[in-house]
Ligand binder design. Structure first.
Ligand code: 2AM
Ligand code: CA
Length: 257
């Protein structure tokens, strides 16, 4: 199956899913449930969006697998074959409370290698895309490669509160940085680093669908993506995540971890 065909259909489905999500906000027909804890939300829109992709993938690519947050895909522990890693809505709390600052996230892996990635910030009208080896784009404009040698003292850092508790040394990182920013949607925090609006993002507990697309796009512009301790980050495993431009990544690892 050529990647061009997968790319073409993925874009069609993302556009259609984006329109449906936009309409659901316009019509205010959003039903909210909690999952693991009171801030872990899911809505009928998250579920309907993942269901839409699950049906489309099964129809067009019956031997591809879906790894999705809401469970319409399969139990997946390895990335054999072609795997669509989907978060139908990343930033569901923002979706419900702010009606913005959320995104659809889709990464497409072939034999474990990230080939295509899409993060669609519907309300901002920003469509991030990367194809392995061919660079990253936002709305078809190339995203420039990150500066390799930025210093923490000039850096904006994104560190979520769970990471502050898990890694108390991040409070020192914040003190020595130019400032702290928080967006509340892991994929958009990855894109903040990829586009240079921030220089580092550390999060304590992300799942495959939070990082599957962001990792591909961020690496394509030269960001370094690891676990907080610098170990490689395997997309199928939950855990902490540390993405930063090269100089800032090296400085934080060397001086704080
Ligand atoms: P989600 O909106 O898809 O759940 C901020 O909370 C960021 O962390 C979001 O990207 C959110 O993704 C992610 N996240 C991962 N696990 C979470 C959890 N248990 N509760 C809330 N947010 C979680
Ligand atoms: Ca989600």
């Amino acid at each position: 199956m050529p990647l061009e065909k997968i790319d073409q259909l993925a874009r069609e489905w993302l556009e259609e899913a984006g329109n449906r999500i936009f309409m659901s906000l316009e019509q205010s027909n959003i039903e909210v449930d909690t999952k693991a804890d009171r801030n872990d939300l899911v809505t009928n829109v998250d579920k309907a969006t993942e269901r839409y992709f699950a049906d489309k993938i099964a129809e067009h690519f019956p031997n591809h697998r879906l790894l999705g947050e809401e469970g319409y895909g399969e139990e997946i522990t390895s990335l054999e074959g072609v795997v669509w890693v989907l978060d139908p809505i990343d930033g569901t709390v923002n979706f419900v409370e702010q009606k913005r600052n959320f995104a659809i996230s889709l990464g497409i892996y072939k034999e474990g290698i990230g080939e295509l990635a899409y993060i669609y910030d519907i309300i901002a009208g920003e469509f991030y895309f990367a194809k392995r080896g061919e660079g990253a784009f936002v709305n078809d404009e190339p995203i420039p490669a990150l500066a390799p040698d930025k210093k923490l003292e000039n850096a904006l850092v994104i560190i979520n509160t769970a990471a502050m508790r898990k890694f108390p040394q991040t409070l020192e990182v914040i003190r020595n940085a130019r400032g702290l920013r928080l967006y509340g949607a892991a994929t958009l925090e990855y894109m903040a680093v990829a586009t240079g609006r921030a220089d580092a993002y550390i999060s304590a507990n992300l799942s495959p669908w939070d990082i599957g697309a962001g990792k591909i796009i961020a690496e394509e512009v030269g960001a370094i993506v690891t676990r907080a301790n610098g170990n490689p980050m395997v997309v199928t495993e939950k855990g902490d995540s540390f993405v930063a431009s090269p100089g800032v990544h090296a400085e934080i690892l060397r001086d704080y971890f």
